[in-house]
Design a protein around this ligand. Structure first.
Ligand code: 3HC
Length: 655
């Protein structure tokens, strides 16, 4: 017998072997766990004092999946599907006792057991697709045998969890423990002793509608926005109906190995770990956030309304402030419209919407914020307007009320100067629409205290936002890199590429929309007025592209005026020869001989410039890690996670 494993416990209780995976924090199935499980199963099989086995997770959860840190390295024996087969093939009943989250390989271990007992709050999912792979422990072949084809395809291709109750209704769970999970599982295991073992792999796939399954898979491909893993997972699941189990297992393994080595999987793993890293903020280590209950939102324009909705949806008591009754009424209408959209899409009922509106406090008097714990300012992005407001606010709110600015371009340190106790000042830079976009740049100002920062992060978490801590510079991380990207797009125009070619290149690369289509959507006028404001102080030696100015001078502000980088006859984006002529004329004015650019060259040049700006941001300490910058683009600028973000792409091109 091999040595007992440090990560798999073994205990015999009342002739039942209790095999526990003890690999905190989430009991990820590492090589040692797999070896430990294989040995424990063999030991239980060989021991005449054991009649049955209960497999469980020590601590808070059943295994939450294979150990992702091992992906990208050569597979180490035993492989998960072999362990699953060992569990299933054994001579004695194995019952999985599932608490917490049985995810990925964890769910597959449970599928390989002869029965599953779950605690009421347990969840099951096959989230491998989110990592660019598919279940590799037999999940594509066993799941349809237990829950039916349509549900198995959905689970394997979406990665979404199901509750223990739903799992029981589907036949994935045999019993929900009313009392102690382990005791219930032990009793269940004993009840199976001496009876024929129900091996999942021997069950037939229940009859299903093949045409419906094919339609389901086509819709999955359509929704995947170029990501390959959901379709692969769905198709492999469907094959369970056509292949003998062993063949299906081998086919799954082949696709798993191909996908795990793909660029998509590497990028998605990068994003997974980036999301865990971003929450680690050195300045806040060991610092407790302050409780926040009452939140004021000053300004109920597009941003303010979205911010108010985000806070109200997260359960905060929200007071909205505007300068006049008319502005307040307009703000209330904007908020109403945002919730109306949630009603239209079925996320909210009319009654819930009415209740939310009723709890919203509205005022034109800053004194209404006297008891606020946090106030977020979302007024017009003008230095004097904001400084006046903050000076007044500091007089009206409690001395410990956290003051946050939603500014995009102003200097938060300059705004903080006018408030008493500037250590409570922080930036909360939401992205529009603020109730939808996941990103918040949390701006750590010169005076911001660790407690203020920790509180801002805790608030962002409760809002279910992805918070990235950034330092102070113009545009912070996202808009600064976006500005560099925009500048490079314009250089490319002047050098010889046309907007439609640049858009096509970036869409081919994987962005949902090319940059010029995005510029048109967000409007060209704001950037134009910013350029005009800065014209006097611009370095005359700096390369300046005037093409966008020419468009704005012609009243082409983008979609809202029916024309911008494109024309929009009947709302349909169309290449406009007028724009081509303006672009070519501007190149000629500068004496630039236009040349052709391949799509690859365009992508390389744009990615490189983003990477260089990101490097500068890191060198200045504005962001803590390159992966934080990637998260800004994935969560705030529509970069698909499967590209990993601009820093990931830039590094890949350099290596
Ligand atoms: N492998 C390795 N490490 C993992 C892991 C995994 N599968 N899942 C989580 N971790 C690590 C995290 O990196 C983090 O480490 P850190 O503290 O050093 O940063 C720690 O565990 C805690 O994770 P979270 O901060 O995410 O904790 P939460 O409590 O918020 O969430 C969770 C827990 C829901 C389990 C979440 O971590 C999660 O969704 N994990 C991924 C689950 C997954 O994708 N499983 C499938 C893996 S692929 C697979 O199984 C292939 C198989 O079919 C062959």
């Amino acid at each position: 017998m091999t040595e007992p494993s440090a990560v798999v416990t073994f205990e015999i209780r009342d002739r039942v072997a209790l095999v526990g995976v003890d690999h905190p924090p989430v009991n990820a199935i590492s090589r040692d766990v797999r070896a430990g499980l294989r040995d424990a199963i063999a030991r239980a099989a060989a021991d005449p004092g054991v009649d049955a086995v209960v497999l469980f997770g020590v601590g808070r959860t059943f295994p939450a999946g294979a150990d992702i840190r091992e992906f990208g390295k050569p597979p180490a024996s035993p492989i998960l599907f072999e362990v699953c087969l060992a569990i299933e093939d054994g001579p004695k009943p194995v019952v999985a006792a599932v608490a917490g989250t049985a995810l990925g390989g964890g769910c597959e271990l449970a599928l390989a057991a002869h029965a599953r007992v779950a605690s009421a709050e347990a969840k099951f999912a096959q989230p491998e697709v989110n990592l660019g792979i598919l279940p590799g422990g037999g999940g594509t072949q066993r799941l349809p045998r237990l829950v039916g084809m349509a549900k198995a395809i959905e689970m394997n291709a979406s990665g979404k969890p199901i509750s223990a109750e739903e799992a029981r209704a589907l036949g994935l769970v045999d019993e929900i423990a009313a009392g102690d999970l382990l005791e219930t599982a032990i009793a269940h295991a004993k009840s199976l002793v001496g009876r024929p073992l129900r091996r999942t792999r021997d069950l037939p796939v229940p009859p299903f509608d093949r045409a419906a399954a094919e339609t389901q898979i086509a819709a999955i491909d359509e929704r995947a926005r170029g990501q390959i893993s959901p379709g692969e997972a769905a198709r492999m699941t469907l094959r369970a109906a056509d292949l003998a189990f062993a063949e299906g297992q081998a086919a799954e393994r082949e696709v798993f190995l191909r996908l795990v080595a793909s660029d998509e999987a590497a990028a998605l793993r990068h994003v997974f770990f980036a999301e865990r890293e971003v929450a680690k903020v050195a300045k806040c280590e060991g610092v407790a956030p302050r409780p926040i209950v009452r939140v004021g939102v000053v300004g109920a324009g597009t941003m303010g309304a979205g911010i108010a909705v985000a806070f109200a949806d997260a359960g905060y008591a929200v007071t909205v402030i505007e300068t006049s009754e008319a502005a307040l009424a307009a703000g209330r209408d904007r908020i109403d419209a945002l919730w109306a959209r949630a009603v239209a899409s079925g996320r909210l009922t009319e009654a819930e919407k009415a209740a939310k509106l009723a709890t919203l406090a509205l005022s034109t008097d800053l004194a209404a914020l006297a008891e606020a714990d946090l106030v977020v300012e979302a007024v017009f992005d003008d230095r004097d307007v904001k400084r006046d407001l903050f000076a007044q606010l500091a007089d009206e709110v409690r001395a410990d009320c956290i003051l946050a600015t939603n500014t995009s371009y102003l200097d938060p340190n300059d705004l903080a100067e006018v408030v008493t106790h500037p250590d409570r000042f922080v930036g909360l830079h939401f992205f529009s629409p603020a109730n939808v976009m996941r990103l918040v740049e949390v701006v750590d100002g010169a005076a911001t205290s660790p407690e203020t920062l920790a509180t801002a992060l805790a608030v962002a978490k409760r809002l279910k936002k992805l918070a990235v801590v950034v330092g102070v510079c113009e545009g912070f991380v996202g808009n600064r890199i976006w500005a560099a990207f925009r500048r490079e797009c314009e250089f490319l125009l002047e050098d010889g590429a046309l907007p439609e070619a640049i858009d096509a290149a970036m869409e081919g690369f994987g962005l949902a929309m090319g940059p010029f289509a995005v510029f048109d959507l967000s409007g060209l006028d704001i950037a134009w007025s910013l350029r005009k404001r800065k014209a006097a102080t611009r370095d005359p030696n700096e390369r300046y592209v005037a093409i966008a100015d020419r468009l704005c001078e012609a009243g082409r502000f983008g979609r809202k005026t029916g024309a911008g980088w494109y024309a929009y006859p009947d709302g349909k984006k169309t290449v406009d020869p007028t724009v081509t002529a303006i672009v070519e004329a501007e190149s000629a004015v500068k004496g630039i001989v236009r040349r052709a650019f391949s799509a690859a060259e365009i992508v390389d040049r744009l990615v490189a410039v983003m990477g260089r700006e990101g490097d500068a941001i890191l060198a200045e300490g504005i962001a803590a890690r390159a992966s934080d910058i990637d998260l800004v683009f994935v969560n705030g600028y529509g970069w698909p996670p499967r590209l990993g973000g601009p820093m990931f792409q830039a590094a890949k091109r350099r290596s």
